[in-house]
Design a protein around this ligand. Structure first.
Ligand code: SAH
Length: 201
């Protein structure tokens, strides 16, 4: 998957490529979809949610410009696959998932992989996790019309936030970066995520 799909589609960050070559995606998909685990597409998981397409996981991770000392906030753990990629690269990952059953299964998978640097919380990620803020990187893996200001407020100086924004069928990835107290915005590629459901979603 890494050589044939990710490198070929322009992913260059070696930390991301190494992490994704080490994490077995088949652990994160439902048993009946194991044959499709390495296809470059999103797949259905429990509770009407999806595990993101590997290219999107790689691209979002690369856009976060992760360093091994970074503290990361993730909204929407879902299967836990993106969480595992983040936790392999960064120092600590704080992840919020609104569906308890998904958070529980994701935590079991992360433990089985020996990834002990993840704090998983069941709740509304649209409010962020102020207790551990500020974060060097914030990733939102569910779509909303705009990025909740509460999340932007939890971004450290120099921090990056990557999120899908837009309507249900017309979203694109954006990256925000806090520099010198200013927030710069870049509009990147089209994408489609399940909705961010929450107070600020
Ligand atoms: N990165 C995940 C994507 C899962 S889909 C993966 O590849 O497996 C998006 C997830 O966001 C779903 O599990 C959904 O339950 C969760 N979600 C939606 N709104 C949320 C919110 N306000 N807070 C936390 N999680 C949320």
């Amino acid at each position: 998957m890494v050589t044939q799909q990710l490198r070929a589609s322009g992913i260059e960050d070696t930390l991301v490529l190494d992490a994704m070559s080490r994490i077995p995606r088949e652990w994160f998909v439902p048993a009946e979809l194991i044959e499709s685990a390495y296809d470059d597409r999103a797949l259905k998981i429990d509770c009407g949610q999806t595990i993101s397409q590997p290219y999107i996981v790689a691209r979002m991770s690369e856009l976060l410009e992760l360093r091994p000392t970074d503290r990361v906030l993730e909204i929407g753990a879902g299967s836990g696959y993106q969480t595992a990629v983040l936790a392999t690269i960064a120092a600590r990952v704080y992840s919020i998932e609104r569906i308890a059953a998904l958070a529980e299964v994701a935590t079991k998978r992360l433990n089985a992989l020996g990834l002990r640097n993840v704090d998983m919380h069941v709740g509304d990620g649209s409010l962020g996790w102020p207790e551990h803020a500020p974060y060097d990187a914030i990733i939102v893996t569910a779509g909303a019309p705009s990025v909740p200001q509460t999340l932007i407020d939890q971004l450290a100086e120099g921090g990056r936030l990557v999120a899908p924004v837009g309507e249900l069928r017309d979203q694109h990835l954006i990256r925000l970066r806090r520099t010198g107290g200013r927030i710069a915005r870049e509009d990147l590629l089209p994408c489609r995520f399940v909705p961010l459901i929450g107070e600020k979603g």
